[in-house]
Design a protein around this ligand. Structure first.
Ligand SMILES: Nc1ncnc2c1ncn2[C@@H]1O[C@H](COP(=O)(O)OP(=O)(O)OP(=O)(O)O)[C@@H](O)[C@H]1O
Ligand SMILES: [Mg+2]
Length: 216
């Protein structure tokens, strides 16, 4: 399955979720490659930091911030179980290419009602991609949910029939994500029984349950 984390908004958690989802699948024996499709190269920086810390490589990270991504990704996907694409903010051409490559698009958003979840341009690109790829699945993922998580969960349920729908598995505002990233780690490598680790595990299960990219 090719999963792309996309949102033109910056700082919503695309890289954080891409790395931790890739790591969680790898921890369960799946072969995973992460494509850093962001010219900023944050996932590659994380990988470099990880190497400096002398930590094992549990999944490969490759830089491919080109709008030929949709041509390369299916080839790369042949050798692994999952390709996770960490998308760029803003760059529409790269976003379009990632949308053409993906089986599943996850759009991380902060669950504030004041926060226009995704830009109109992003949703227009998604509609456009579906013309070519009617089977393309898309979901919002509520990230950085505050202490009023119950409220966030209600929001997720209320919005479950939105288009794109919202995954009911949400991720809280957890300092562990930033702490882990600084040392090239994943939240599960700090402690495998924290809210952040459990939320990532639940998120992978919710994604697996969608059954995207599975042979009919
Ligand atoms: N659930 C979370 N709890 C706490 N901090 C978070 C969470 N998710 C992301 N962050 C922090 O928010 C910041 C932005 O996250 P991240 O880099 O993943 O966003 P992004 O969408 O990839 O940004 P960009 O658009 O610049 O690529 C980082 O410092 C990250 O550690
Ligand atoms: Mg990023």
């Amino acid at each position: 399955m090719i999963i792309a984390l996309l949102n033109q908004k910056g700082g919503v958690g695309k890289t954080t979720l891409a790395l931790n989802l890739a790591g969680e699948w790898a921890r369960h024996g799946r072969r995973v490659t992460l494509i850093d499709a962001d010219p900023q190269g944050s996932a590659l920086d994380w990988s470099q930091q990880r190497a400096r810390e002398g930590l094992d490589r549990t999944f490969g990270v490759i830089g491919l911030a080109r709008d030929t991504l949709h041509r390369e990704a299916p080839e790369l996907a042949r050798d692994v179980d999952h390709i996770v694409i960490d998308g760029p903010p803003r760059v529409a051409a790269l976003m379009r290419s990632a949308l053409l490559a993906a089986d599943l698009v996850l759009i991380p958003v902060q669950p504030s009602p004041l926060d226009g979840w995704a830009s109109a341009e992003m949703l227009a690109l998604l509609t456009e991609a579906r013309i070519y790829r009617p089977e393309l699945t898309a979901r919002f993922v509520l990230n950085r949910c505050g202490a009023r998580t119950v409220l966030a969960r209600e929001t997720a349920e209320t919005l479950a029939d939105h288009d794109p729908p919202v995954l009911t598995a949400t991720v809280g505002q957890r300092v562990a994500f930033a702490v882990a990233a600084q040392s090239g780690r994943l939240v599960s490598e700090l402690d495998d029984d924290t809210p952040a680790t459990r939320e990532i595990a639940a998120l992978t299960r919710a994604i697996d349950a969608l059954g995207v990219g599975r042979a009919p």
